[in-house]
Design a protein around this ligand. Structure first.
Ligand code: SOE
Length: 383
């Protein structure tokens, strides 16, 4: 890291490649972190598309093979934005080569891969090389505020958690095939793509782990048109719902679907505790709802807290009070938090071990759904 810069090599150029590019740039210009990210090189099999991304966001170079990035002396961090089936091989090689790693979620496609990645991260940690997984929604200010209040014990002992991630982009049976609908590339469908986020958020916000699940999964549309002609088999779930128990005794329900007509990116969370409740919906992402159960019952009720003030998490780096943030800002917060952790020589969060914890829940959900919703314990969870 010469001259306080962190030279980044990013693998992938699609949706997440764009979001991460924007995140690195935003962190550099809005937050002025102790080490500046340098957008050194982007890698993509489709070098034309990678070149286009490089032009738009200012990546210094384009390469066609991630191994080249990992082998280079002048790269400090590998940012993995490619499909899930590539994560394990790239992350392990990068960590062994002494590069820090930021890996998109879910950490891997299988528990075995995630275990190997967590072990590689553990070995790298001993050498001051850090790995983190991109559960970016932790960095939405209203969610970060909810975490702070939960950890302060503001709503008391947690009894219920309701978590939903609702999208509707597959409702149309003619929506085209993509890698996200192929098990060999994506691992699972709605479950791993968006369910992984709410599993992470519930474990992160409550500080508890999901100890067991009972699940249902469904694929509503089995074949979809391939853009170049013909039809392809959808081999992942369109929706997953499950019940879970948390290590602190709370009951939790989860729903992840790409068929929730009219819901575009609705991450809905509600936590009920003995002293109050918190509720959030990403479709109104600058707002956190808070109910104080200790208040005079005649005046109590959910209050709408507008999370746009400089005292709120991350807001001091942005606009004057009252000016809201959007989807992309959480990627800037993620980049900035990671740059601080590396500069201060400490483990960034979430770690690969936390990513593995989420992977084990995903696996238990799939096992339960495949066995008539049988109650399935999550191995390694704290009971
Ligand atoms: C697609 O469903 C997707 O892009 C997810 O992959 C992301 O993680 C989520 O943030 C938005 O939806």
């Amino acid at each position: 890291m010469p001259g306080g810069t962190l030279r980044i090599g990013m693998v992938g150029y699609a949706f997440m490649g764009v979001a991460h590019s924007q995140g690195w740039r935003g962190a550099r210009s809005f937050f002025e972190p102790p080490i500046a990210p340098e957008l050194a090189a982007v890698c993509g099999r489709d070098t034309g598309r990678a070149r286009e991304l490089a032009r738009r966001f200012g990546w210094g170079e384009v390469v066609g093979d991630w191994r080249e990035l990992v082998a280079r002396e002048d790269i400090d961090l590998i940012d993995i934005c490619s499909p899930g089936d590539t994560h394990a091989e790239i992350a392990i090689a990068a960590l062994e080569a002494g590069k820090h790693v930021l890996c998109e979620k879910p950490l891997a496609n299988t528990v075995a891969e995630a275990e190997a990645m967590a072990e590689a991260a553990e070995r790298a940690l001993a050498r001051g090389v850090y790995a983190t997984v991109g559960f970016t929604y932790r960095r939405v200010p209203a969610i970060a505020l909810a975490a702070k209040w939960l950890w302060e014990g503001r709503i008391g002992c947690i009894r219920h958690v309701r978590a939903q991630y609702l999208q509707d982009w597959l409702t149309d049976a003619d929506a085209p095939m993509s890698w996200r609908l192929r098990k060999e590339q994506a691992g699972s469908g709605a479950l791993g793509d968006i369910g992984a986020h709410i599993i992470d958020l519930v474990q992160h916000l409550t500080g508890e782990s999901i100890t067991g699940v009972s699940a249902l999964m469904e694929t509503f549309v089995h074949q979809r048109p391939i853009p170049d002609g013909g039809f392809g088999e959808v081999t992942v779930d369109d929706a997953a719902v499950f019940l879970g128990r948390l290590s602190g005794g709370a009951l939790a329900t989860f729903e992840a679907t790409r068929f929730a007509t009219g819901r575009k990116n609705a991450i809905r969370l509600e936590v009920n505790g003995t002293e109050g409740g918190l509720a959030f919906d990403f479709e109104d992402m600058n707002v956190l709802w808070w109910h104080d159960n200790t208040a005079d019952p005649a005046e109590a009720g959910y209050r709408r807290v507008v999370v746009t003030e400089p005292g709120h998490p991350y807001l001091a780096g942005w606009w004057p009070p009252g000016h809201g943030l959007g989807y992309e800002h959480a990627f800037t917060h993620q980049a900035n938090d990671l740059l601080h952790a590396i500069a201060q020589d400490r483990q960034p969060t979430p770690s690969f071990a936390e990513g593995l914890g989420v992977q084990r829940v995903l696996d238990a959900v799939q096992a339960s759904a495949a066995d008539e919703s049988r109650w399935t314990p999550v191995p390694g969870s704290r009971v």
